[in-house]
Design a protein around this ligand. Structure first.
Ligand SMILES: *[C@@H]1O[C@H](CO)[C@@H](O)[C@H](O)[C@H]1NC(C)=O
Ligand SMILES: *[C@@H]1O[C@H](CO)[C@@H](O)[C@H](O)[C@H]1NC(C)=O
Length: 362
């Protein structure tokens, strides 16, 4: 009897234990899954309203199923050939088209801002397909992006040079080299160059140049100045010690081909006028460029450039980072579009609207 009782209680204990362990492991499992699926909270200053997965219809397509992407207009009305994105990324190709008969079949529509800004009515009136994503695409600065207000509440994703775009499309990037490689500085016979086509007498950059040239010789190329064939740009700029990479307007992350292509790809040292130094340092090593804000005046900058040009050792320090890093300028519209193709295939299913585009893109 006693033995039986004992057996019964130990049986009870065992059952209770099993029940508890079951509940415990169940809880653990649930919380672990929650932990795995929970995403980092979005910065509250971020302008995009993001709502957790509401629909599962937009999971990445299966292999054979290429995404169709409609380009609403050719950027600036200029045609180009689409490229095969699978050569750039380890994701399948996308089917690009500018033929709007494909609108209803398109998984995404890419709208280039400048062209769309002229006729926003057509956009606002288009019938929306719930799973289709509209991508706002712009590489110009806010100062040169008219009619931004008309873009509010229309788009699901942004693609621009801003680092906080959904699809970040910078003017250039650094490639980390697997092995340190010596960089040979191109032979330099000339001092300072600037290429400018959009000459605005009252702009910050033209005023700064007017001041600078009082103290140091600057060769100016471009419209209204010395002619320069596009295919000559890199070889000519390579002969200069410094290149004035002066942006047409100052905005966060607005660091253009003036730095990446005209200066860095050519193998010269950019003297930058644009966003603050800290912003440049998010893209480039601190000793890859000279910032005009580092000097109290254009005269001080001129003196510094003169000194550097006469001191080979100090000048070479502006190239040391190149042992490890290679600047790569963005190569064209076709390549930018592939970023969207890749992004769409790897993004998770999520519903997203850009409500106040005009407040964010400033
Ligand atoms: C656009 O696509 C439709 C449907 O495939 C086709 O009939 C039409 O010819 C295309 N238009 C152009 C300009 O290619
Ligand atoms: C895309 O944005 C439009 C317009 O704001 C909205 O109606 C639609 O539901 C959004 N779609 C997705 C997949 O986020």
């Amino acid at each position: 009897m006693e033995l039986m009782e004992g057996k019964k209680t130990s049986c009870k204990k065992l059952l209770t234990f099993m029940l508890f362990s079951f509940i415990f492991s169940f809880c653990l499992c649930v919380s672990f899954r929650q932990f795995k699926t929970s995403k980092p909270e979005h910065n509250s200053s971020h302008p995009f309203a993001k709502i957790a997965p509401a629909e599962n219809t937009s999971t990445p397509p299966k292999s054979k199923h290429e995404l169709t992407i409609l380009l609403w207009t050719w950027p600036f009305g200029k045609r180009f050939n689409f490229r095969s994105c699978s050569e750039l990324y380890s994701t399948p190709d996308c089917q690009f088209t500018v033929n709007r008969s494909w609108y209803h079949k398109a998984n995404a529509v890419i709208v280039h801002h400048r062209d769309a800004s002229r006729n926003t009515k057509g956009l606002a009136q288009a019938t929306r397909i719930p799973s289709q994503r509209w991508i706002w695409f712009n590489l110009e600065s806010p100062s040169h992006s008219p009619n931004l207000g008309a873009m509010d509440n229309l788009f699901n994703l942004t693609m621009s040079y801003r680092r906080d775009s959904d699809i970040f499309s910078p003017y250039g990037e650094l490639q980390l080299l697997g092995q340190p490689q010596p960089f040979s500085i191109p032979p330099k016979a000339k001092l300072v160059a600037w290429v400018v086509s959009n000459w605005q007498a009252n702009s910050h950059r033209v005023k700064y140049y007017q001041e600078l040239k009082q103290h140091i010789a600057v060769d100016v190329y471009g419209q209204h100045h010395q002619a320069l064939a596009r295919d000559q740009l890199l070889t000519i700029m390579a002969q200069y010690k410094f290149y004035l990479a002066f942006e047409n307007s100052q905005h966060e992350d607005y660091i253009t081909e003036k730095v990446w292509r005209n200066a860095l790809s050519a193998g010269t040292v950019p003297v930058v006028l644009g966003p603050p130094r800290e912003n440049y340092e998010r893209f480039l090593p601190p000793d890859a460029f000279i910032h005009i804000d580092d000097f109290a005046s254009a005269r001080d900058l001129a003196r510094y450039l003169q000194e550097l040009s006469e001191d080979a050792k100090r000048y070479e320090r502006y190239f040391q980072w190149r042992q490890w890093l290679k600047p790569v300028a963005a190569s064209g519209w076709d390549t930018h579009l592939c970023r969207a193709c890749q992004f769409l295939q790897t993004m998770g299913a999520r519903y997203q609207v850009v409500p106040k585009l005009s407040e964010w893109f400033v």
